[in-house]
Design a protein around this ligand. Structure first.
Ligand SMILES: *Cc1c(COP(=O)(O)O)cnc(C)c1O
Length: 421
């Protein structure tokens, strides 16, 4: 038996594992909040045996929660049959997944010629979209537009599209041609748009910026503008896609997408329920043929195990009605949070199970820490916003347990406010 098999049950405590973590892993993420050893449904357990309700799901990834039996058996069966081949070969799981994704992304109305490129993460899927956009119009269209506040990933191309200065500046120079326009400002978008723009890249709902809705009508107007100028509309649904917001894609909601058909949709996070995957879905022949033979590639992309995991995740979402569940639990959490009267809580926003608690003061890290101490995993997505992105299998009772605990969590966080001492 290897060391993992002998220690995964938590024989070493959190403190010992944290020490070894710091001694072995690069310090890009800061110290870990806890050391987790096991999960089941919406719960995880740490190395000291404490249980937490996971309201973050690995940052909007564990769609089916932890250790879901259908996902475990699909992955085990695929790995026990054929675990990896190169892209010199095709596999049934990869083909079936690409067919399903075209259907799901286009809401059953996929334009002729739509095609998929499979990658291993969100940033890689965005990177593929960046390269695809570069091929559109070539040197006649050197500009790519993205929004202020946008997060599109951390590799150099995806980072060029990401807006946050702290993420970008240490890595200059980034690939050129990207311009950020003010968030939600249609006049600014119209002013920036032109016949020299290859693509506009947008999150239908900004996730990392703190779960922010665009103004109603923005995406539809952006679609009109991009079409008028021959630019591609690329929707980054990495965080918002695959049922999380109570629709397969966030842009499918009338009040968000207004019926737009984008040229490209980028997916990752929740797509395979926890296995690494990314997908670029190009709608229609024009977008789908921009990347030709030899122009992009990936050793792992389309990996049969990740593809089987995605197919199983999609199957369970459909079988168990998890899109309706995301909507229902989301409403419960939104309404419940808005009904809580607490000086630290200003309100709540979001869509389905991608939500943020709005704080009156920049105490989100203290709220997240107090929640963790109380047995709930949440995320300080912005100084004054706490993100909830639980598994879609979260029960009404589990959601209720968080709402019940929230006032005390907010009290504990308020007590940490340095300005109150
Ligand atoms: C998380 C995220 C990415 C990057 O995905 P990774 O899998 O972390 O590389 C890109 N776009 C959006 C909108 C995201 O939320």
């Amino acid at each position: 038996m290897n060391e993992l098999a002998t220690t995964a049950g938590g024989e070493l405590g959190s403190a010992a594992w944290s020490d070894r973590y710091s001694g072995a892993l690069m310090n890009t993420f800061g110290p870990p909040q806890r050391v987790l050893v096991r999960g089941e449904g919406a719960y995880v357990w740490d190395a000291d045996g404490r249980r937490y309700l996971d309201l973050l799901a690995g940052i909007a990834v564990n769609t089916l929660g932890h250790a879901h039996p259908t996902l475990v058996s699909a992955v085990s069966a695929q790995l026990g049959t054929l675990g990896h081949v190169s892209n010199f070969f095709a596999t049934p799981s990869q083909v079936l997944l690409a067919e399903r994704l075209v259907e799901l992304v286009a809401g059953g109305r996929a334009p002729e010629g739509s095609r998929v490129f499979l990658a291993n993460s969100g940033t890689e899927a965005v990177e593929a979209a960046f390269k695809l956009a570069r091929r559109h119009g070539g040197t006649d269209r050197p500009r790519i537009l993205a929004l202020e506040g946008a997060f599109h990933g951390r590799t150099m191309g995806a980072l060029a599209l990401t807006h946050k200065a702290a993420y970008r500046e240490p890595f200059a120079p980034l690939p050129g041609g990207v311009e950020h326009v003010p968030f939600g400002d249609l006049a600014a978008l119209e002013a920036a748009m032109g016949d020299d723009v290859a693509a506009l890249v947008v999150e239908p709902l900004q996730g990392e910026a703190g779960v922010r809705h665009l103004p109603p009508g923005y995406l539809a107007a952006a679609r009109d503008l991009t079409r008028r100028h021959g630019a591609l509309l690329v929707l980054d649904e990495v965080q918002t896609g695959m049922g999380r917001t109570g629709a397969w894609m966030a842009h499918h909601h009338d009040h968000i997408g207004g019926g737009v058909v984008p040229d490209v949709v980028v997916l990752a996070k929740g797509l395979a329920g926890g296995l690494p995957i990314g997908a670029l879905v190009a709608l229609g022949t024009d977008a789908a043929t921009l990347l030709g033979p030899g122009q992009h590639g990936s050793t792992f992309g389309g990996n049969p195990v990740a593809a089987a995991a995605a197919l199983a995740t999609i199957h369970v979402i459909e079988r168990d009605g998890l899109i309706a569940a995301a909507h229902g639990r989301g409403e419960q959490l939104l309404t419940g949070a808005r009904a809580i009267e607490h000086p630290l809580l200003a309100g709540a926003r979001g869509e389905g199970l991608l939500l943020a608690l709005e704080l009156t003061r920049p105490l989100a890290p203290a709220v997240a820490a107090a929640a963790l101490d109380a047995g709930f995993i949440v995320n300080a997505v912005a100084p004054d916003a706490v993100r909830l992105a639980p598994p879609l299998v979260l029960s009404a009772e589990q959601a209720g347990s968080f709402l019940e605990a929230l006032p005390a969590v907010l009290d504990a966080a308020s007590a940490h406010d340095p300005r109150e001492h």
